[in-house]
Design a protein around this ligand. Structure first.
Ligand code: IMP
Length: 427
C-alpha cells in the first residue's frame, strides 16, 4: 500500500471500520475525505468495541497520523467529544490529528433544519439527522462557515450572525418552528478557536509531501457508492461523494497519486433509510440476516433493511470506482443458508438490466434475477487462510469475482481484528 482508497461498494455499513482498522496497522497516514458524523465505523479491539463517527478509524493506532480533509463536514462539538472519548481510553491525538482549514462546519441550525425538513417532508430520505445535507447546501451556495473561520473571532461572529438570521427566517416562516438563539450560539462557537487551532493544517500540502516521501496512506471512505450524490440512488443518497473520485477532491490530491482502490462489500446487502432496494427480503429471511449479522445502524440504532447479495450493484461499484480488489465482509453470517441466491440482473417485464440503472423509479419496477449457489454448514469464524474455507464458500467468492472481474483480496469472517483472511496483500 502506498496510496490506497477504501470505498464502500453498497449502501454504506459494509464493515469498512473493521477493514480500515486492519489495514491501518501498516499505514503511516489515514485520511477521511467526505461525509461527517453520519458515519458509524465500528471497531472491535480486544475487549473493547469503539464506534467512531467523525475521526478516521486509523486514529486508533498510535503510530498513525489521522487527517480530516476539506470534503468532510465537521461538527466541532462531535469532534471534541470524540477526541475526549479517545483521550479517556488512553488514545492521545496531540500532534497527529490534522484537520483541513477548508473543511466546512456543521452548526446547530444544520442539525435542526435536517430534522424539521425530514419531519415535514412527504418524501422522506431517512437521513441520520446529523445536519449533513443542510451543511453541504451552505457549502454549495457559498455561505458556509469553514474551520479557518473558527480561528478569527470577528469573521466567525459576522458569518454566524448572517447565517443564523437567515436560518431563523427559514425555521419560523417555512418550517413554522422555534427560532435559534443567535447570541447563545455565537458565544458557544467563539470558544472553539483555541481548541481547534492545534489541529488545523493545509492537508493538501501535507499529503503531497508525504506521498513524495513514499509514506503509506489510506484514504478512508464513509457511507457507500450507492449513497453518493452523483453515482447513488438519488434522491435517496447522502450529500457528498463517497466514491473514489471524492477522495481526490476531498483531500486536494490528484488522480496519479492513487496506487490502489479497495472496495468493501458485505457478503449480502443492507440499507438504512428510504429508497429502492431490489434484493430486499422483508420477511423471515431478512429478519434472520438482521439478527445474525446484528444489522442495526451504528449512528442511529435503526434496524437495517437486509437482502441477498446483488452482483449488479457490485459490478457498478467496480466500474465507477475503478476497484482493484474486494474486501468481502461478514461471510460468516451466510453460514447455514442453503441455497444462497445472488442477483445477477434485473428485469421489469420489458427488458433485462445488467447495468445498474441508479434511477429510483426504474429500480422500483425491477425484479431481481437470481442464480442459486450451494451454501456451507461449517463454522468459518476460525478460518484464517483462503484454502481452508469450505469449498462452497470459496465458490461463492469466486462467483463474485466472476460477476465483477475484480479479485477478492480480503475476507472477514467475524468482527474481531484477527478474524480476517488476507488472500492478496494490498500493493
Ligand atoms: P444523511 O447522510 O444523514 O443526509 O442521510 C442520507 C441517507 O444516507 C440516509 O438514507 C441515511 O440512512 C444514509 N446514510 C448516511 N450515512 C450513512 C452510513 O454511514 N451508513 C449507512 N447509511 C448512511
Amino acid at each position: 500500500m502506498s496510496v490506497t482508497i477504501l470505498v464502500g461498494a453498497q449502501w454504506g455499513d459494509e464493515g469498512k471500520g473493521k477493514i480500515v482498522h486492519f489495514l491501518s496497522q501498516e499505514a503511516d497516514i489515514v485520511a477521511r475525505y467526505q461525509g461527517g458524523a453520519n458515519a458509524g465505523h465500528t471497531v472491535v479491539t480486544g475487549e473493547r468495541t469503539i464506534v467512531l463517527h467523525l475521526l478516521p478509524v486509523g486514529a486508533l493506532w498510535p503510530h498513525v497520523t489521522a487527517i480530516i480533509g476539506a470534503g468532510v463536514v465537521v461538527d466541532p462539538i462531535d469532534l471534541m467529544k470524540e477526541i475526549d472519548l479517545l483521550q479517556k481510553s488512553g488514545i492521545d491525538l496531540t500532534g497527529r490529528l490534522l484537520i483541513s482549514h477548508k473543511a466546512h462546519l456543521i452548526m446547530p441550525y444544520h442539525k435542526l433544519l435536517d430534522r424539521v425538513a425530514e419531519e415535514k417532508s412527504s418524501e422522506k430520505i431517512g437521513t441520520t439527522g446529523r445536519g449533513i445535507g443542510p451543511a453541504y447546501v451552505d457549502k454549495a451556495t457559498r455561505t458556509g462557515i469553514r474551520i479557518v473561520d473558527l480561528l478569527d473571532r470577528d469573521v466567525l461572529r459576522a458569518k454566524l450572525r448572517r447565517n443564523i438570521e437567515e436560518k431563523n427566517l427559514l425555521l419560523s416562516r417555512i418550517y413554522e418552528t422555534e427560532e435559534l438563539n443567535e447570541d447563545q450560539i455565537i458565544a458557544e462557537y467563539l470558544k472553539f478557536d483555541k481548541r481547534i487551532d492545534p489541529y488545523v493544517k493545509d492537508v493538501s500540502v501535507f499529503l503531497s509531501e508525504a506521498i513524495s516521501e513514499g509514506k503509506k496512506i489510506l484514504l478512508e471512505g464513509a457511507q457507500g457508492t450507492l449513497l453518493d450524490i452523483d453515482a447513488g440512488t438519488y434522491p435517496y443518497v447522502t450529500s457528498s461523494n463517497p466514491t473514489a473520485g471524492g477522495a481526490l477532491t476531498g483531500l486536494g490530491i490528484g488522480p496519479r497519486c492513487i496506487d490502489h482502490v479497495m472496495g468493501v462489500l458485505k457478503a449480502y446487502t443492507t440499507r438504512v433509510g428510504h429508497g429502492p432496494f431490489p434484493t430486499e427480503e422483508s420477511g423471515e429471511f431478512g429478519k434472520r440476516l438482521r439478527e445474525t449479522g446484528v444489522e442495526y445502524g451504528a449512528t442511529t440504532g435503526r434496524p437495517r433493511r437486509c437482502g441477498w447479495f446483488d452482483a449488479v450493484i457490485a459490478r457498478y461499484s467496480a466500474r465507477v470506482n475503478s476497484i482493484d480488489t474486494w474486501a468481502v465482509t461478514k461471510l460468516d453470517v451466510l453460514t447455514g443458508i442453503d441455497p444462497l441466491k445472488v442477483c445477477v440482473a434485473y428485469e421489469d417485464g420489458q427488458r433485462t438490466y445488467r447495468n445498474f440503472p441508479a434511477v429510483p423509479h426504474i429500480l422500483e419496477a425491477c425484479r431481481p434475477v437470481y442464480e442459486e449457489l450451494p451454501g456451507w454448514k461449517e463454522d468459518i469464524s476460525q478460518v484464517r487462510v483462503w484454502e481452508e474455507l469450505p469449498e462452497n464458500a470459496r465458490e461463492y467468492l469466486h462467483f463474485i469475482e466472476e460477476m465483477t472481474s475484480v479479485p477478492v483480496g480480503i475476507v472477514s469472517v467475524g468482527p474481531a481484528q484477527d478474524m480476517t483472511i488476507v488472500r492478496r496483500a494490498v500493493a
